[in-house]
Design a protein around this ligand. Structure first.
Ligand code: SF4
Length: 457
């Protein structure tokens, strides 16, 4: 019997997948496994996959086939395929296509793997006691050894799945309808994370501002923010993503404006700036609705930073319709725009009914136009921080410089000999660019009258 069993997790895709992989690591480490960055050393390999675009799906399949020789060399190796490539609607076809895979797990569900490793019936894992034993869903999350005491900022899923039906989106097919987690469980998880050194949490949902809508008389997102703010000691910062324009209520904006530890940063996708395209995407709002919402956010939370998502080259999008998106982005001057080229996803309404008639070349042309526009806007917005002092929560060190974020989610780098991990420090901004900034720490109190750099204090 091997002295030490090891696991390796490969994670692709969104923050939700990062949080899900952390949950799998936690359950495996409770079973006594230790993490390894090298798949060839592992006894269990988990591939946590994404299929939001064809390129992501191709990458997952490529990674899966690269494991086949490992399985041949070590038949005892357990391979677990997880995430959106598996989805919630069964995996018979996948089992035929990948016979060397031992366990197929839906997104956010470590249960089937734990059942396989413990020879327990999956069904038994649904019992409260077994969940508690493997700490699968009760919020008492044990961070993976490699992150314990090091992780400063963590994600907490609060709503799984999505009940909207945007015509281009594969998520409802893969992650199922929306299911909000009980508030107590979320609070337990936040406390467990803070106990292990985490200072900031980001609440996750495909439409996070619909939290609690599926629970009769359930708490809403703003209630959850209040409870986390008031009941989790040691939690310094709270963020949430991703919101949908139609569910950003006054109560939610009030909570962000009034609760000092809720960060003034809003992620709310627009996807397109033309009403016809928005209608074909079935986003259920107009460009004018979105413009009004941005005005409301800026009025209620002055200085808030706002990030959006845009898809270019949606079926039927004409040059004039694209121009509407371009003009709206230029007008709104948002802090961040995550851009994507339309990628037809199997099974979605748009893939079934709308020809993908914008050429790849034209999609790239539109993508680059928006990228260039947004780079200019971001550079201008960040330039306003030059010489300003901002509060930065430091997360880790990258290439010898400490990296952290401002309350408005701006990336800041600082040089210091001191260990800044998990500290919130005032930083004076000395350089700004479109994607990040650089700053300096204040000089510490003079020793013997001579001001000394912070780290020698
Ligand atoms: S809101 Fe639309 S784009 Fe977002 S996850 Fe749901 S269906 Fe997909």
């Amino acid at each position: 019997m091997k002295s030490e069993l090891k696991y390796h997790i490969w994670t692709e895709g969104c923050q939700m997948n990062v949080a899900d992989s952390r949950r799998v690591s936690s359950a495996l480490e409770r079973l006594g496994y230790r993490g390894t960055p090298r798949p060839e050393e592992a006894d269990v390999i988990v591939l946590n996959t994404c299929v939001v675009r064809q390129s992501a799906e191709n990458k997952a399949v490529g990674r899966l086939f690269s494991l086949k020789p490992l399985k041949k060399r070590n038949p005892g190796l357990v391979i677990n395929l997880m995430g959106c490539l598996v989805g919630v609607k069964g995996h018979d076809k996948l089992r035929q296509r990948f016979p060397f895979v031992d366990v197929f797990s839906p997104p956010s569900d470590p249960g089937p793997l734990i059942a396989h490793l413990t020879q327990e019936e999956v069904r038994s894992l649904e019992t409260e006691s077994t969940q508690r034993r493997f700490a699968l869903m009760d919020g008492d999350l044990l961070l993976p050894e490699a992150e314990r005491g090091k992780l400063v900022s963590a994600f907490i899923p609060v709503v799984y799945g999505c009940s909207h039906a945007c015509t281009y989106c594969i998520i409802p097919y893969k992650r199922g309808v929306e299911r909000s987690r009980p508030a107590e469980e979320i609070l337990t998880e936040a406390r467990a994370l803070v106990r292990q050194g985490v200072k900031e949490i980001t609440l996750l949902g495909q439409i996070v501002d619909r939290y609690g809508k599926d629970i009769p008389d359930g708490p809403k997102l703003w209630d959850l923010l209040h409870r986390l703010h008031e009941e989790v000691e040691g939690l310094e910062r709270i963020r949430f993503l991703t919101s949908h324009p139609n569910w950003m209520t006054d109560e939610l904006l009030d909570a962000v404006a009034e609760l000092p530890r809720v960060m003034p940063h809003i992620e709310v996708p627009i996807q397109a700036g033309n009403d016809e395209v928005l209608k074909n995407m079935r986003r259920e709002y107009t460009a004018e609705d979105y413009r009004r919402l941005i005005g409301k956010i800026r009025a209620r939370i002055p200085g808030a930073s706002i990030a959006t998502d845009i898809i270019v080259g949606f079926p039927g999008e004409s040059a004039a319709q694209f121009q509407d998106t371009y003009d709206l982005l230029a007008e709104l001057e948002l802090d961040v725009a995550h851009l994507a080229r339309y990628s037809p996803r199997p099974g979605t309404v748009s893939a079934r009914r709308m020809p993908d008639d914008v050429t790849e070349e034209e999609k790239w042309r539109r993508f680059r136009l928006l990228e260039e526009l947004q780079e200019g806007i971001a550079a201008e917005i960040n330039a306003r921080y030059q010489g300003e002092q901002v509060e930065v929560l430091f997360e880790d060190k990258v290439k010898g410089r400490w990296r952290g974020r401002t309350p408005t989610n701006k990336l800041v780098f600082v040089e210091s000999e001191a260990d800044l991990r998990g500290q919130i420090l005032p930083v004076t901004i000395t350089w700004t660019g479109p994607w990040s900034m650089q700053g300096a720490l204040p000089l510490a109190k003079p020793q013997g009258g001579i001001p000394v750099p912070f780290h020698n204090a």
